[in-house]
Design a protein around this ligand. Structure first.
Ligand code: UFG
Length: 331
């Protein structure tokens, strides 16, 4: 463990960023959060310090990196909705790619050479494989996945000339909430499966729509690998430790997933069971940009980070998310 090291968490007020901040602090790191609060929440900032700023503000980032003597950056700030990226791709290239280049330039200027980057399972696209391993060709089917892949390429090509050490964590479907209820998933508007189902169970929406029932999967609905956000947070702590421990520059990309997939219908049934609410479900056409199945081969992260999911069975994920949402709704 690298106790006492200074970590800049960009996008630390968001869903995965807030959980990762808690985990980094518990591991003994000093955490500075940098966020523009376009989607993040001030009450989800758990860092020792918070700086409000834009990812594209290279001068400000350079100053923050220098002033706080940052050892490693963890970069979450991005647009994340695959469906939206099909509708407005340039917004994704601007926010996720162009602005990240400013961050990387700021890191060069400030002589910060370690970064852990939020990548995604969306870099794989539609593959005819049971499990997605990192050696597969990258064939994103939406601009969101392309934008993350472009950043992976930038990181990879920066190793030799600039001495950058980077780890890209390809998340599968982040879900759940902090088991202690300190933070959880809050997007506005919400587009993600489990929060939408819970809103339907709480009566906050009239019904829930399943997007696509004619996929080539056992029950016709999409299959995803749901990973508890607390497991993801621990994966980041392990990746930061690995990056800090590397004496040579280089790039590594690895999945953070469980290796087990669940269909949309299975998730619907689990939320109904956990909540005790039999809300109405409407069967709808496919949503653009959705691959049929995304399930991780989780071996590389186990090997390189000594990390594996421990809280990601679907029932636990849904129970933790339900507790967070129903607590907020009662409060
Ligand atoms: N879904 C519905 N109805 C809804 C919302 C979602 O049926 O109202 C379905 C989707 O079609 C998909 C599944 O539920 O099949 C999961 O959808 P999400 O929107 O929750 O998540 P995505 O799989 O589209 O994407 C998420 C993140 C991405 C990340 C990806 C990795 O948003 O950032 O997981 O698998 F890249």
């Amino acid at each position: 463990m690298q106790n006492g090291k200074n970590i800049l968490v960009i996008g630390g007020a968001g869903f995965i960023g807030s959980h990762t901040t808690l985990a980094l602090k518990e591991a003994g790191f000093n955490v500075v959060i940098y966020d523009n609060f376009s989607t993040g929440h001030r009450d989800a900032c758990f860092g020792h310090e918070v700086v409000t700023g834009e990812l594209a503000d290279q001068a400000k980032l350079t100053q923050v990196l220098k002033t706080h003597d940052i050892d490693c950056v963890v970069h979450f700030a991005a647009l994340i909705e695959a469906g939206q990226s099909v509708i407005d791709p340039f917004a994704f290239y601007e926010n996720n790619v162009a602005a990240t280049l400013f961050l990387l330039q700021a890191m060069r200027t400030a002589d910060v050479a370690k970064i852990v980057f939020s990548s995604t399972a969306a870099v794989y696209g539609n593959q005819d494989m049971d499990l997605l391993s990192e050696g597969l060709p990258n064939e994103p089917v939406n601009p969101y996945g392309h934008s993350k892949l472009m950043v992976e390429t930038m990181l990879q090509t920066a190793a030799a000339p600039y001495g950058l050490t980077s780890i890209a964590l390809r998340y599968f479907n982040a879900s759940g909430a902090d088991p202690e209820g300190r933070t959880g998933e809050r997007h506005d508007p919400e587009t993600h499966l489990i929060p939408l189902l819970i809103q339907a169970a709480l009566g906050q929406r009239d019904h829930f729509k399943i997007f696509g029932t004619d996929y080539d999967t056992p029950d016709g609905t999409c299959i995803r690998d749901y990973i508890h956000v607390s497991d993801l947070a621990q994966g980041h702590v392990a990746a930061v430790n690995r990056a800090l421990g590397q004496s040579q520059p280089g790039f590594e990309g690895m999945n953070l997933g469980t290796g087990t997939g669940h269909s949309v219908r299975e998730v619907v049934d689990t939320v109904k069971r956990v909540s005790g609410s039999d809300f109405r479900v409407e069967l709808c056409p496919r949503r653009a940009g959705d691959p049929a199945k995304l399930v991780a081969d989780a071996c590389r992260a186990k090997e390189l980070l000594d990390w594996e999911a421990t809280r990601s069975d679907l029932e636990t994920i849904v129970k933790d998310a339900w507790r967070f949402f129903s607590g907020r709704s009662a409060g």
